[in-house]
Design a protein around this ligand. Sequence first.
Ligand code: GUN
Ligand code: ZN
Length: 439
Amino acid sequence: MSIAPPNKLQAYRASVLHFHADPAFTPDAFSWHEDGLLIVDGDKVQAAGDYATLAATLPEGVAVHDYRGKLIMPGFIDTHLHFPQTDMIASPAPSLLPWLEKYTFPTERQFGDQQHAREVAEFFLDELLRCGTTTAMVYCTVHKESVDAFFEASEARNLRMVAGKILMDRHCPDFLCDTAEGGARESEDLIRKWHKRGRSLYAITPRFAPTSSEAQLALAGELAAAYPDTFIQTHVSENHAECAWVRELYPKSRSYLDVYDSHGLMRARSMFGHCIWLDDADFARMAETGAAAAICPTSNFFLGSGLFDFEKADAARVHLSLATDVGGGTSFSMLQTMNEAYKVARLKGSYLPAARMFYLATLGAARSMQLEDSIGSFAPGTEADFIVLDPACTPLLARRTERCANLDELLFVLALLGDDRAVSATYAAGRKVHERLPA
Ligand code: GUN
Ligand code: ZN
């Protein structure tokens, strides 16, 4: 497979949407060009704007891809999911801890086999691209082979991906247990091998506090300090029984989040999955350190974990993003994830406007990861990862979107009714990596 981007200018005509700020806090947070043009130079965005203005600037002979009637926006960014859990998505259990024991650990056992890991990684990435997700923060398993398999597959598609080897040295089956020193050594080897190689980025990945000893968390914190532009990802405050367990294991910590804080694991580029049961002091600390929350609504509904509190998080001005948490989550689609996030907000008595949902799945996520100079918008010079959405992809969507009075309504309907079928095409670094075939 060639990953070379087209080396000449490409132009795409459609409605064009992208964000430059969070609509929750800034008026005029996005640019909307109803008859718009996106100009791509090789693998980078050159310009996005009105067709009438930009078309005149194109050198003669540049072909304009005609996507009129469709909507172009930056590719979605999913900030928390597990590629090895692809084959166990939708496995029922009463709650998180039994689900981990019964399905997750046995499934992850198979990823010591690099061939198996590669086959699942290929499917997983194709599924993300079918859903319009061009960047993700991905948990591999405890096996270093699973990380090699994942990055080899994402490198072959030239995708901007973040991933890491799970660290877990206790309270797990022997076949998934590493050691504090061994896990840190392997993580460092993987950082040296993969971090910033092409579009790959590494995340130091302690699974969650219950499965890491203090020694392991301390070594993870040391790695995070030694490699300050790597990412950190873990789970926090997802489920009541898990939180009670952490209180038992770490009685001296003020809170679950504080366990990570006291081991040097809170900083910019730390991504905390779930954040359901955090208190005001935790949210304040997240904002202070620049750490970010990955909100996982389909997973939290599925496992009965709880409802994310947007109001509390916004009051502290925490970096927020949306995530599928496959396979605890029940969909690879960020549109379906928006749908469920909207309902979480409603159940908590707050409201998530459509524009905010699309911001969180694009520029909001990029900012949470300190990657806004590379991805998440159509600012000139950013990487040309974008999607083409079809508001008429199903009979119901066609009928409903025809009746939309304004952009807000159109985006809302796309978020609530859309899924992989709404993604006509996905481009990564200027190259088409998915095209939906007519049904
Ligand atoms: N907490 C620790 N591991 C996991 C996992 O794999 N999925 C979810 N949802 N929560 C976790
Ligand atoms: Zn998870």
